[in-house]
Write a protein that binds this ligand. Structure first.
Ligand SMILES: [Fe+2]
Ligand SMILES: [Fe+2]
Length: 475
């Protein structure tokens, strides 16, 4: 696979110059994108030189280049993984047939909807995070925020490329609309609820990149199985970038915890008031942030029973996580899966046709994966000799989608009444006071190698650079 030509207006590995119409359409969209970046992208950062990685090929051995870049000059490009020869559809009703290089008419509306929904999350997260640069706890963290932001911008490009190339006029209209909806906008919000929430502080940002970017990973993995080959190839390359986003979240929360347990040991206390007086974030507050971000994120997988999910699978549009590694027939007719419902005030499991429960299948795979990082956070606490364990809440806790929507369930999975909920909710979800406290800690640290008091430095720098490297030149 060749290296990308950066003298092109739009760097790409899809031979854009051979398709003049498409190239013109994308070049027409590009200034609108840049305008959106100016208006809705990172606040007050246009003049910074940031040590960023830029995708320069899709070769797993060296796909990225690192160097200081002014962010508006970042080269957002279009990159698809190399085509697999004679790729076959490997699940659903058309199993064994050749993968599609174009969009079959009967699946056009569903595929467009899938691509638009995925595409909408990418700029949404940039909008949600746009003020965070003003309160970055270090240059290292500021650089990581901007890296995530420019790559979410590139993911939007990835989806817009598909819309323009394969969906004609409707696709172009959808591409415009992706720049018109805005996170949290009352009149024209982003499509999915979690992408209209605020990301008001850096603890929220780390939780978001750990939990919600991981939702992105699972959605992209499911789309990487798609019978629509260009979608599979583009999402595969997006996954390469996504790993760093989740690393930013996992290591970020880990460093907050490290700083907290160090302070707990120094001060020999687990008293919240004393720890807050020392300017660190107490573990129960971290638990409440986990409860919030986990519950909001698992809603993103959709209703536990969904005929759309069945259609998307059977028609080959969207597979399961690691479809190729599973040992069943990949058609799933007659298979069942357990979903939760409430009967007589109790959560019970109910067997339903698996095809209808594929959102739940993906959600459960996600839950297993997200527990891994929480275990690693617990090791930091254990190592410090502190008897405290973080957990993810029960999957019925604080849900807003599917059969569990609106049912009051405690984090340990007991169905409770409104009164009990109201009594305990401040122990379970971040209170206004928690958010105000965390917010009060935020303030920009700009000096090389210096870190805000509430977070420990990372163990290593980016791309083997030292931790005190000049990751951002503020100019
Ligand atoms: Fe993304
Ligand atoms: Fe991401």
């Amino acid at each position: 696979m060749s290296t990308i030509n950066y003298s092109d207006k739009i760097p790409n590995n899809v031979n854009l110059s051979e398709d003049r119409t498409l190239q013109r359409a994308l070049e027409h969209w590009q200034p609108n994108y840049l305008q959106w970046w100016q208006d809705m992208g990172p606040d007050g950062s246009q003049n910074f030189d940031v040590y960023l990685r830029t995708a320069v090929s899709v070769d797993p051995q060296g796909w990225a280049q690192f160097g200081h870049v002014k962010m508006p000059d970042y080269r957002w490009g279009i990159f698809l993984n190399a085509a697999e020869q004679d790729r076959k559809i490997h699940f659903g009703d058309n199993i064994g047939e050749a993968a599609w290089q174009d969009v079959p008419g009967e699946h056009r509306a569903n595929l467009r909807r899938i691509i638009v929904t995925q595409g909408d999350t990418e700029p949404a997260s940039v909008e949600q995070q746009r003020h965070l640069g003003l309160t970055a706890p270090s240059q290292y963290d500021l650089r990581n925020l901007f890296q995530v932001n420019v790559e979410e911008g590139r993911h939007l490009w990835a989806m817009v490329y598909l819309l323009h190339k394969y969906f004609g006029r409707d696709g172009r209209e959808e591409a415009e609309a992706l720049l018109e909806r805005n996170s949290g906008n009352a009149d024209n919000p982003r499509i999915l609820e979690a992408f209209n929430e605020k990301t008001p502080d850096w603890l929220s940002f780390f939780m978001f990149t750990y939990f919600t970017d991981r939702d992105g990973k699972f959605q992209l993995c499911a789309l990487a199985e798609s019978a629509f080959d260009p979608l599979a190839r583009t999402t595969k390359f997006m996954l390469t970038e996504e790993a760093h986003h989740m690393f930013v979240g996992e290591s970020g929360v880990g460093r907050v915890i490290q700083r907290t347990v160090d302070a707990m040991n120094q001060l020999k206390t687990d008293d919240t008031a004393k720890l807050r007086a020392a300017g660190v974030i107490d573990l129960p507050t971290i638990q409440r942030y986990i409860n919030f971000h986990f519950s909001v994120t698992i809603d993103l997988f959709g209703a536990d029973q969904s005929s759309n999910a069945a259609t998307f699978y059977s028609s080959g549009l969207k597979g399961r996580y690691e479809e190729g590694k599973r040992v069943d027939d990949h058609i799933l007719i007659g298979n069942t899966y357990k979903v939760l419902e409430v009967v007589n005030g109790q959560l019970i499991e109910k067997e339903v046709p698996m095809l209808n429960a594929l959102n739940e299948v993906l959600r459960d795979d996600y839950i297993t994966d997200s527990k891994g990082g929480v275990d690693r956070w617990n090791r930091i606490i254990e190592k410090a000799g502190i008897p405290f364990k973080l957990t993810v809440p029960h999957k019925a806790f604080h849900r807003n989608i599917g059969s569990l929507a609106g049912i009051k369930v405690s984090p340990d999975g007991k169905v409770i009444n409104d009164h009990e909920w109201n009594q305990h909710v401040e122990q379970w979800l971040p209170s206004d006071e928690d958010r105000a406290y965390v917010g009060s800690l935020m303030g920009r640290v700009t000096e090389n190698g210096k870190f805000a008091n509430w977070i420990a430095p990372p163990v290593m720098g980016i791309n083997r650079q030292p931790v005190d490297f000049e990751y951002v030149r503020f100019n």
